[in-house]
Ligand binder design. Sequence first.
Ligand SMILES: Nc1ncnc2c1ncn2[C@@H]1O[C@H](COP(=O)(O)OP(=O)(O)OP(=O)(O)O)[C@@H](O)[C@H]1O
Ligand SMILES: [Mg+2]
Length: 283
Amino acid sequence: MTSLQTTTPTAAVNPPEPELGQPYVRNENACHDLSIRVRDLSLWYGETQALKSLDIDIFQKNVTALIGPSGCGKSTFLRCLNRMNDLIPGVTIRGLVEMDGRDVNAVKMDEVALRRRVGMVFQKPNPFPKSIYENVAYAPRMHDLVSRKADQDELVEKALRDAGLWEEVKDKLQQPGTSLSGGQQQRLCIARAIAVQPDVILMDEPTSALDPISTATIEDLMDKLKQQFTIITVTHNMQQAARVADYTAFFHLGEIIEYNDTQMMFSSPATKKAEDYITGRYG
Ligand SMILES: Nc1ncnc2c1ncn2[C@@H]1O[C@H](COP(=O)(O)OP(=O)(O)OP(=O)(O)O)[C@@H](O)[C@H]1O
Ligand SMILES: [Mg+2]
């Protein structure tokens, strides 16, 4: 019986999944399509290992929060998803990162195309030193998504509307992006990221430099944007994770200790480490 099973064509084409050892928790109730599949992902900066054999499935059109103490590898992991670590000298990466079934690290993967599909928003708003309009129009033009001026205008308006910024800037599109407030600049960066119609948006502590009202605006925005995009966000704010995230992954010392539906994670964490972190006893 066993030998028959292992020699079936299916087994040959689809090798068995690697063992997912405890305390990784696979979400039993997940009914969403897979966006990103990570298996046995490790990363070293020189000799120092920063990510240790990570396994995680990220679901489409959901918000996934990455939480955990400073230095546990959250930003490093995010950068693995759009190959931004390739830009750092001395980095070694092993393991699989698959997006929509394609290996992100494959030699033939076009990095420019990948970064179009995976947008990024950083902790500190970083508009280009250009007009509000150009901040949004530049990337779609570079990627040949628009050529006619009227199409470009339409795309800029749509991205700014989707980012909840249009009403505030529609009369001053030619002013510098840097002339906006911090919260507006962050929404401009979100408009810039979504203008190229990515599949995934990575956000690394997108509200940590913002006031509470701007933070609430961005949180509402994430809730709307997940209808169109898969969002992965890093946060040190547990209330924010509980409010915005469908799924939460708890990182600790380069490992994913626990990954689950956010409500489950926050109401009954499966590990003591996650419980201590969530309840503020450590971290
Ligand atoms: N460019 C780099 N070169 C060398 N080591 C790095 C580099 N970037 C990060 N590290 C190290 O990798 C580990 C993980 O860092 P990372 O920035 O991913 O953590 P983090 O969870 O995002 O932390 P924080 O919450 O403070 O942002 C840390 O020990 C850090 O010092
Ligand atoms: Mg970080």
